[in-house]
Design a protein. Sequence first.
Lengths: 315, 198
Amino acid sequence: MKHLLAAADLTREDATGILDNADRFREALLGREVKKLPTLRGRTIITMFYENSTRTRVSFEVAGKWMSADVINVSSSGSSVSKGESLRDTALTLRAAGADALIVRHPASGAAQQLAQWTLDEDGGPSVINAGDGTHEHPTQALLDALTIRQRLGGVEGKRVVIVGDVLHSRVARSNVALLHTLGAEVVLVAPPTLLPVGVEGWPVTVSNDLDAELPLADAVLMLRVQAERMNGGFFPSSREYSVRYGLSEKRQVQLADHAVVLHPGPMLRGMEIAYSVADSSQSAVLQQVSNGVHIRMAVLFQLLVGSEEGAISA
Amino acid sequence: MGSPDPAGSDAGATDRELMSAADVSRTIARIAHQIIEKTALDGPDGPRVVLLGIPTRGVTLATRLARNIAEFSGAEVAHGALDITLYRDDLMSKPPRALAATSIPEGGIDGALVVLVDDVLYSGRSVRSALDALRDLGRPRAVQLAVLVDRGHRELPIRADYVGKNVPTSRAENVKVRLTENDGHDGVRIAPYGGPAR
């Protein structure tokens, strides 16, 4: 595996291998004073974030640093991007500066794929990791969600995962649908009709707009953030109405099975899609998701940056 | 492992048994006795001994050694697993591998006498990686090494404190340790080589 551009590209073996290794990284670092592995010494990882991020950028940086890679962060403000440099020129510059991996977040869908093509050279060019491209994909988020579900429920296969909210603008939803389907979970989307993408009937999911009917059957509920920054029209009448119909309130939480787990990719809009008390309850795995995010990104960097070119995971 | 064995029975002349199942258990018992004697772990001021196996079969050996030591001396010794994949010096030239579990016994390794356990001692590179990994985990009082088979061809200044069997080998040969817990039966064979050693 050279790049990680989309969760949809992962086979079941690829994905399971990454999840297994992420668990191993967690064990390897458990209770250690020195959180440092020599594995990626001398490797240079450059993150290119053209959109704001806390969790994803920090966890990639922590993952790289814990594996002894040199991690350099480039953001659109504070770099030549603000002077009008194109994505392609910036990427070629960073390749020339010696990047072994480029981790990119960009508002345009397909940006990571483009970057991988642009930076290809006779030696193969840097590995490109998609850290979120527009409304397309965010594969490491789907991997960490799957890992969290696996840890909490003992497995992913056959589990019923309900994804709630702004599916239309959500790359997290797209990546999760692809990966959960690959791993054999049953996916249900609950969203207002205006926030469902065109062509959703072709996805391997069932669609509903009745959250109350779906909650009692769910093994995991993934709440999506309402992405106001990507909305340029009236998708629902008011925040309050959205919250009443699609928010995970304390009252609704009662309908969940005891074993069910609540996930949110963050950042959470408390009081909008998820109530304060629900986000902080023991059923919520929000912070476990963040820790898993570091371990998943370590496993992904290990998979892409270690070893010779044609390397599948082998025992 | 899934590695094909095309030579099969035709190569019988070069594929031979080094240790039978009985040899393996007798040898593990002998190493257990040597560890008890050399570390004086059953004495009044005996050190805290931690056996750390290097996956895969070193972990099994460490477990069996701990069982034998408890049986022979009455002293319980902690045992665990130390995966060295992330510390290997050949990571960049081999395809990525699945990691194995690491489990450090409660109490850690600080101040303990750590005995690293592996099945075959060859180049010494695995042991060096294990020493590097140990350094990140704590500061043992001392580190010793126990191996079931020492096949020579060291590439680093490393030697074992406890050796089950010394076997002169050629680099073109492969020493295969098989243990019941991993492979369904005990035994050590030597055979013409299919690929580079671990």
